[in-house]
Each structure stands twice: as C-alpha cells, then as structure tokens.
Design a protein around this ligand. Structure first.
Ligand SMILES: *Cc1c(COP(=O)(O)O)cnc(C)c1O
Length: 374
C-alpha cells in the first residue's frame, strides 16, 4: 500500500494541458487567466467581486487591511490554521479567542454574549471549520444587531451551503477568503482569493495586491502613483489556468468527498470512534474529523499517530489551539476559558479525505484504525 496522506490534490490531463497552454502563451502572470479565474470563482460563489492572490494567507492579510484598524478587538476561533488569527495581528488588531461549539466551529452564542458585554468589539473572524458552514441565521442576527465587521474564512468550505447560502457569497459578511493550497478542494499550487460584495473593498484590494500603485487614464503614459503601502501578492496566469481547469471539476470533487464521509460514518456507527458530526449535506468535507476518548483506551494519541504512520497512513490533527502556541503565549494568550476546545484537542484527529482516495484505500484505513486502537 502506498502512503495515504490526510489530503492531496487531484490533477488530471486537462489540468496539465491548461497549464502548458498558458506557458506557451504571451502571459505568465497577470494576463487573461487571472480575470477568468476571478470571474469563475465569483460566479460559483454567487458573489459580486473576487480578487485572486498569491495564497490564502495573503488573502487574509489584504482583507484585514480593508476591514480592521490598529487596536481593534476581533473575536476569532482557536480551532483554525495559524493564518486566521495571524492576519489580525498583521494589522495591529487584537484577536480574542472564543471557545468552539461541539461541531468544531466558533461558538456564535458565546460571540453574542461577548458582544453584549463589550461594545468595543469591532469584528468576528469565523472559520467554516472542516467545510461545515457557520450558521448564516446567526451571522445575520449578529450583523444586524451589533453592526460589526464579519469575515468568513472559507478555506475549508468552498461549495458548502447553509440554508441555500453558499460559502464565500458574503451574504452576511464583509469579506470571505479562500485558499487553493493542494490539500484544499481545488488547487492552484499556492493561491488564494478574497470575495466581497463591496465595490469599495474590491477596488482597495486591487491596489493593495500591487504595491499600493494607482494608474488612471488622465495620467501621463509612464505615470503611476503610490497612495498607500501595498504588496506584491499577485497570483500568476499559470496558477489561474490550473484554477480555472480545477473549478470545472469542483462539484464532482465535493460529491466524492461526501461519499467518503458517508462510508466513514457507516463504518464508525455505534463504535467508540465518533465522527465530529454525522453526515451533514451542508458541509463540503475538507476534513473528516473523528473523536476518540483515549482515557478509556490502552493507546495514546501519539502512539496511534506513530503506528498508523508505520502502516503508511498519515493522520493529522486540526488544530492545535492557536492561543496556546508559544508566540501567542508570549503575547499573553493561552489562559482563555475554552473547555470545549481543550477536550476536542485531547480527542480529535483527521482521517484521509480527498477525491482520489479509493474505496480499497479507505477500507484499509478503517480496518487499520480499528486494529491499532484495539
Ligand atoms: C489553508 C488555510 C489558510 C491559509 O491558506 P494558505 O493558502 O495556505 O496561505 C487559512 N485559513 C485556513 C482555515 C486554512 O485551512
């Protein structure tokens, strides 16, 4: 059995041909493919604007520059990749870590409580963890009642829907971000995007992506003006050619992920291996997370990871609580009251989940997991 990682890309001949065609074209970067990809993403996510950038972290950084000011208090989740809260720090704002709910997402009821108690809170940065979308009813309620900034980190959730609201449509938020890293639903190798329905934010993002540089029709032919401090966060035409090709297959990828989730659910039914949530058609299943009460077993989580690796299966842990990372502890974090997150971190791990995982490979993963845990 070849090594089975927790996630990986699905590339076929049509992707390869699309990339080769761009290599043979006049544009390697910032050509027609960037625009085509942005429009295709906006169309898919039912949102007005999309700006594609170098990676998901750059997307978070630029969104933060548009949405936050220095010193702003921002509610966010400890259960995410580091980039989500790092992007709050990048602009000198202050993350406040809120405990998660049982489904792994930030607990929006606790957010409401925090907002009631502290009217100086400016924003929520939420993550649609594992592909399971945040409750849009609650986001709408929060937006209307407290009039704060909302960012949705949809790095896990392109294609997910809650109540007919598709992820990254920004129906109840100011911006959403996407990532096209190879473990995510579709890939551009490195790559990311910001979506928004605000023309003002869209225009600002375009300027910030390219050094803060502005060129208008009334300027002399050689002229450009730098009006604010921007970056080179451009994505290439080569990457976007891959993205356009991948996006055409996204619905098929998500259907396959849902099949895999249902197979796992069936295998773990009535066992001591508990799916984070039983089959949820809203989720686009970036991850398949299970929880096991290790205190009732003779094996530790560390032993489990090592033994599965020996059997050529890569488990992963999503995520170590961000607020407990040494850098965050050095800033005074780490002592938050997050009992659900703490228990989750003790018990959780992610199983292989990607469209190219075959049924045989999945059966091998399930069989091996039961053997090793017993
Ligand atoms: C992958 C990921 C990111 C960052 O995306 P990159 O493209 O790797 O920079 C941000 N947030 C979450 C939740 C992610 O999973």
């Amino acid at each position: 059995m070849n090594f089975i990682p927790y996630g990986k890309q699905s590339i076929d001949q049509s992707d390869i041909s699309a990339v080769v065609a761009t290599l043979q074209s006049d544009f390697l970067t910032t050509g027609p493919k960037v625009k085509e990809f942005e429009e295709a993403i906006a169309d898919y996510c039912k949102v007005k604007y999309c700006v594609a950038v170098a990676n998901g972290t750059a997307a978070l950084h630029l969104a933060s520059l548009c949405l936050l000011s220095k010193g702003d208090k921002v509610l966010t989740t400890p259960n995410s990749f580091l980039a989500t809260s790092n992007a709050i720090l990048y602009v000198g704002a202050k993350p406040i870590f809120i405990d998660i709910a049982k489904d792994g997402n930030i607990d929006l009821d606790l957010c409401i409580k925090a907002l009631e108690e502290d009217s100086s809170i400016k924003a929520i940065y939420g993550v649609h963890f594992s592909g399971n979308p945040l409750n849009q009813e609650k986001l709408k309620y929060i937006k209307e009642r407290f009039n704060i900034v909302i960012l949705e980190d949809c790095a896990h959730s392109i294609g997910a829907q809650d109540n007919g609201i598709i992820a990254a449509s920004c129906t109840n938020s100011d911006c959403s971000i996407l990532s096209f890293h190879p473990v995510k639903h579709l890939t551009t190798a490195e790559g990311g995007a910001i979506t928004t329905n605000s023309q003002e934010i869209y225009e600002k993002l375009l300027v910030l992506r390219a050094h803060g540089m502005v060129k208008t029709p009334d300027m002399k032919p050689w002229e450009y003006e730098m009006r604010e401090l921007g970056f080179n966060y451009r994505i290439t035409d080569i990457q976007c050619a891959l993205g356009v090709s991948q996006l055409k297959k996204l619905d098929g990828f998500i259907d396959r992920r849902k099949e895999i989730a249902q197979n796992y659910d069936k295998a773990f039914k009535n066992s001591f291996i508990k799916p984070l949530y039983t089959f949820n058609g809203k989720s686009s299943y970036h991850l398949y997370v299970v929880q096991v009460d290790f205190s009732s077993l003779s094996i530790s989580k560390e032993e489990l990871f090592v033994k599965m690796r020996e059997k050529n299966i890569g488990l992963q842990l999503h995520y170590i609580p961000i607020n407990k990372q040494p850098y965050y502890v050095s800033l005074g974090y780490g002592q938050e009251n997050t009992p659900v997150m703490d228990k989750y971190y003790e018990e959780c791990f992610s199983l292989p989940m990607y469209p190219k995982l075959t049924n045989d490979e999945q059966e091998y993963v399930i069989k091996t997991l039961f053997e090793v845990l017993k």
